[in-house]
Structures are given as structure tokens and as C-alpha cells.
Design a protein around this ligand. Structure first.
Ligand code: HPA
Length: 273
């Protein structure tokens, strides 16, 4: 299903009436990374079920609410839990919050996720800043009638992930002595993890990491002119790379175990952007 401009406006008005302030930066928190909001001050929580038009998050490791508050002195709107295509939602549904953010005045967005490592130089627990992405074969989130208020139907994707924000993230990581890799994120629809042959194919195509989120959100944010920073936590190595079965439990365990570094990194970045 697709939404009309009025639907997006209805959702954003609801949020605006509750937070009653503007937003400096928005953050989408990936699997196991939700604890960032423990650092927020003056928190306001908005369960997705109460926001008009919002689907429910059905993934256990995703809390399912918007959390607004102060982090590093900035007004931050976090999505604790996101909507995934593998849950059965359309890409239009998975990206509804991004257009709502646009209507709330968001100009900068940090998209985070857990991802499988493909680049052999990566290790489990590493962070990777996204320089670009690959999304083949699945539909575009902006397929269908264009909602002109959010941008042109045909739009450029040559700097989807802001070089300025990548530089800021790299500087912060250096200061905090958190190693930060750079690379290309490949979207796969899931929910099954990939086969070793798929991981090998993605590697040949130029991917450094693989995951089931982020890319549709990045496309929609890019269309409407929001600057994007993407950060992956490498929660496991892609299928066939390590001689190991991949489980969702492992993904959450690893992201939880490095969440203290993640929180410091995001707080540092938020302060600087
Ligand atoms: N593949 C796809 N998505 C993921 C993975 C993976 O190996 N790890 C965490 N999210």
C-alpha cells in the first residue's frame, strides 16, 4: 500500500503535538542498539501503535517506539525499532517514519544496523560507516505515484551517504579510539540469512557488509534531501566466511556487547553535527 501526503502529514502532526519542539537529528536504531536512548535526557516516548498510520514492529530485539530527548545537548528523535520488508510490510510502510521525520524538519539522519561482514579485513564487533549501498532485485520504496512534496520521481543517488558526515564520524571514532571501517552495504530482503554462494556473489559485486534494513530508508531520505550517515555493527561474518552457523541470538549478543562503544560514538557524532 502507498500513503498520500495527507497520511504523512497526519502522522507528523501527531508527533509534533506531543514533542512540541523541533528536532536537530534523527537516529534509527538497529538490532541490539536501542540502549542509546538510555542516555537521553528529558525523554518523551511515543509507542508506534499510537502514531496514526504506523505499523507495529514485530521483531523482539526492536522496541517499537519513537523516543525524543536530549543527547549531547541536541534535540534527538530516535526510532527504537524499525519496520522491515521481511516482516511483510511494503517498502512504503518501512519508510513512512522517514517522511514523517522530513515533515518534522529533520535535516540529518543517522541510520544504524547490525550487518554480516563480507570484507575479510572486518571482524565481529567492528563498526563500519557506509560509503554506499547496493540494492538489486527488490522494489524501490518510491515506486508508484510520486508524492511530489518529497522530491522528484527521478533523483540522483551518487552521494546518498554524506561525505561530510562520514568525515565527522571518522574524526569522532579516532578521538574515541573506536576503530571504524568504511564500506559498501548490500541490502538483502531476508528474513533468512544468505547462502555462502550469495555472500560470495555480493563480495564480487563490491559489498563489504550485508543486512536486511537501512537501504530503503536511505533512498527515501535522499529523495527528500535529508543528509544521511549510515553505521553498521558487524554482528557476524557472512555465511561461509567463518565456519559457523548464523543466528539472530548471536546478532543481538554481539551488538549488545559493543553497545557501550556504539553509544559513545553516536553521542560524539551528535555533538559535532
Ligand atoms: N545477513 C543479513 N543481515 C544480517 C546479517 C547477515 O549476516 N547479520 C545481521 N544482519
Amino acid at each position: 500500500m502507498n500513503f498520500t501526503y495527507a497520511d504523512y502529514a497526519e502522522s507528523s502532526e501527531y508527533v509534533k503535538n506531543i514533542i512540541k519542539d523541533d528536532v536537530d537529528i534523527a537516529v534509527v536504531l538497529g538490532s541490539g542498539l536501542g540502549s542509546l536512548t538510555n542516555e537521553f535526557e528529558e525523554k518523551i516516548e511515543l509507542p508506534y501503535g499510537e502514531i496514526p498510520n504506523f505499523p507495529q514492529s514485530t521483531v523482539e530485539s526492536h522496541a517499537g517506539k519513537m523516543i525524543y530527548g536530549k543527547l549531547s545537548g541536541k534535540k534527538v528523535l530516535a526510532m527504537s525499532g524499525r519496520f522491515h520488508y521481511y516482516e511483510g510490510y511494503s517498502f512504503a510502510q518501512t519508510t513512512l517514519p522517514i517522511r514523517v521525520m522530513k515533515l518534522l524538519g529533520v535535516k540529518k539522519l543517522i541510520l544504524t544496523n547490525a550487518a554480516g561482514g563480507i570484507n575479510p579485513d572486518f571482524s565481529v564487533g567492528d563498526f563500519m560507516v557506509l560509503t554506499d549501498h547496493i540494492k538489486f532485485f527488490t522494489q524501490s520504496p518510491v515506486r508508484g505515484k510520486n508524492v511530489d512534496e518529497f522530491g522528484k520521481r527521478f533523483f540522483d543517488m551518487s552521494e546518498t551517504y554524506s561525505k561530510d558526515l562520514i568525515d565527522i564520524a571518522s574524526d569522532c571514532a579516532k578521538e574515541l579510539q573506536v576503530p571504524l571501517k568504511k564500506g559498501v552495504y548490500a541490502y538483502m530482503p531476508g528474513p533468512q540469512f544468505e547462502t555462502p554462494a550469495e555472500i560470495k556473489a555480493l563480495s564480487i559485486l563490491g559489498a563489504d557488509a550485508v543486512g536486511m534494513s537501512t537501504v530503503a530508508e536511505a533512498i527515501v531520505a535522499n529523495q527528500c534531501g535529508i543528509k544521511i550517515l549510515g553505521i553498521s555493527c558487524i554482528s557476524n561474518m557472512g555465511a561461509g566466511i567463518a565456519d559457523k552457523v548464523i543466528t539472530d541470538e548471536e546478532v543481538v549478543e554481539v551488538t549488545n556487547s559493543v553497545s557501550y562503544k556504539f553509544k559513545a560514538l553516536i553521542a560524539g557524532i551528535v555533538e559535532k553535527i
